[in-house]
Design a protein around this ligand. Structure first.
Ligand SMILES: C[S@@+](CC[C@H](N)C(=O)[O-])C[C@H]1O[C@@H](n2cnc3c(N)ncnc32)[C@H](O)[C@@H]1O
Length: 455
């Protein structure tokens, strides 16, 4: 029996879906230990114990794994964002590939050998093009960083190793300006402060254009001493092409408000994915790892095997990025997305890039696509890129009934991908290949693109 608050020496036999170490007693009792690695022997204090499983806190590593590395980030333990930084990048990729294989065999009941090793990054740090940091104070000390997991406590942060360095530089300037001018932060001792002015700092960067946007999210249009900050930011960081004020007066954890004002430069920056140019405003969605996005989309396009004669459905199309990629080789692409603003962006993006063979529809893919099919539109290839919960079964049924030659499934959750592949296998489709792409190094997340063909 494993008891709470007691210490145990355990062998780690596997890693769970979040990267946590897993140990089992001879009676089959399972213990989950965050930060422990497969192959290690560790001393653990039990912090939670249930009937058949427990959670332990890592106290001491008695025999380290050869893959263990010292995390480069000093706040790694408290922040919780990079849950795999204690293991080498190669072993992160192996872990992610194994996780996807496990989902394929256990959930989809298909041969895990169809999963190809995760495509990693040459440099698995500094890859993110967007950071959003809450601004607060604790016992009078200014704190700008990330919320600790499941709390409103801000972990103060001077440098985030998965963000572009320009964000560190901009935040440092803003930090000095706040202290000098006594600007009131919005989160005081874990609570929203009615006198608070500055809520969040957002920094976005176009990796190909080098253009940088700084967004100050405030409770008011009247930000005191703003001219001094604008001058300092613009002079110190010439790549800054846009400084925006975003006003959010609502006491919720939604970061951005609806209204944005230009303080300096343009109201947007630009970046490219492949040859397509995208305008990025404070509120617009843009993939956060542009390097891996290109790899993912290129794989989706390869799997689609387009010759120029095909009609393609792009379900869950967001701002139409995949649709534009597909349009290069398809006869016609129909993008469907539930968020009206995303569709507005998609239409704008298509126009800006002179794409004439893509059209976009607002609504639930599981309703709109069956409607389009009943109107006589027939697609030879269907691409889906749903949120974490996967596709609605009604959509999969409608697709299978239309009987396209190929389905390309882009997924950010291997468990729901596997569930949906199992459904498609029952409807005369076969999964041929799953390619994992590491969009989020240092974290346990993994993106996949699957090729499914008609039997
Ligand atoms: C993972 S994102 C894909 C975005 C896009 N393909 C891209 O690469 O930028 C999933 C998208 O599905 C949309 N969505 C969620 N539920 C939906 C539904 N039932 N029908 C259509 N779109 C939906 C979300 O708004 C979101 O834009």
């Amino acid at each position: 029996m494993i008891e709470k608050n007691k210490e145990y020496e355990l062998d780690i036999i596997a890693q769970g879906y979040e990267g946590e170490g897993i140990s089992k007693t001879s009676e089959g009792f399972t213990i989950f230990i965050p930060e422990a690695l497969k192959g290690e022997k560790v001393r653990v204090k039990i912090v939670k114990s249930k009937k058949s499983y427990a959670y332990g806190k890592l106290i001491e590593i008695l025999k380290p794994s050869k893959n263990r590395e010292i995390p480069i980030c000093p706040i790694y333990k408290r922040c919780g964002g990079c849950s795999l930084q204690h293991t080498s990048y190669n072993s992160q990729l192996e872990f992610k590939t194994e996780r996807v294989k496990d989902c394929m065999s256990k959930i989809a009941k298909i041969n895990p050998d169809i999963v190809k090793p995760a495509i990693g990054m040459k440099n698995p740090y500094r890859y993110r093009n967007k950071v959003q940091l809450p601004v607060g104070s604790n016992n009078g000390e200014l704190q700008i960083g990330f919320f600790a997991p499941r709390s409103h406590d801000i972990i103060d942060m001077k440098s985030c190793y998965i963000q572009d360095e320009v964000a560190d530089k901009a935040v440092d300037i803003i930090r000095k300006w706040i202290l000098k001018n006594n600007i009131k932060p919005y989160i005081v001792d874990g609570q929203y402060s009615p006198e608070g002015v500055l809520r969040h700092i957002m920094v976005r960067k176009g990796f190909k254009t080098n253009e940088v946007m700084v967004v100050l999210v405030t409770t008011t249009e009247k930000l005191p001493h703003k001219e001094e900050l604008i001058l300092e930011l613009a002079q110190s960081i010439p790549e800054i092409k846009s400084i925006m004020l975003n006003i959010n007066t609502k006491p919720t954890n939604v970061i951005l408000g609806e209204k944005s004002l230009v303080l300096y430069g343009k109201d947007h920056i630009s970046d490219y994915i492949g040859n397509f140019k995208f305008n990025i405003s404070p509120l617009s969605f843009f993939q956060v790892n542009p390097v891996q996005t290109e790899i993912l989309y290129a794989k989706a396009l390869e799997f689609a095997e387009l010759t120029g004669n095909e009609t393609v459905f792009d379900a869950y199309c967001g701002t139409g990025t995949i649709s534009l990629f597909l349009s290069q080789k398809a006869k016609r692409v129909y993008g469907v997305e539930i968020v009206p603003q995303a569709i507005e962006n998609a239409i704008h993006n298509a126009k800006e890039n002179n794409v004439k063979n893509a059209e976009f529809h607002v609504g639930e893919a599981e309703k709109i696509i069956p409607e389009m099919i009943s109107q006589g539109i027939k697609a030879e290839v269907v691409v889906v890129d749903p949120p974490r919960k996967g596709c609605e079964k009604a959509l999969l049924e409608a697709i299978a009934k239309m009987s396209p030659e190929r389905i390309v499934y882009v997924s950010c959750d291997p468990s729901t991908l596997a569930r949906d592949l199992a459904i498609l296998e029952e409807m005369n489709y076969e999964t041929k290949e799953v390619q994992s792409v590491d969009m989020f190094p240092q974290t346990a997340h993994i993106e996949n693109v699957a090729l499914i063909t008609r039997k």
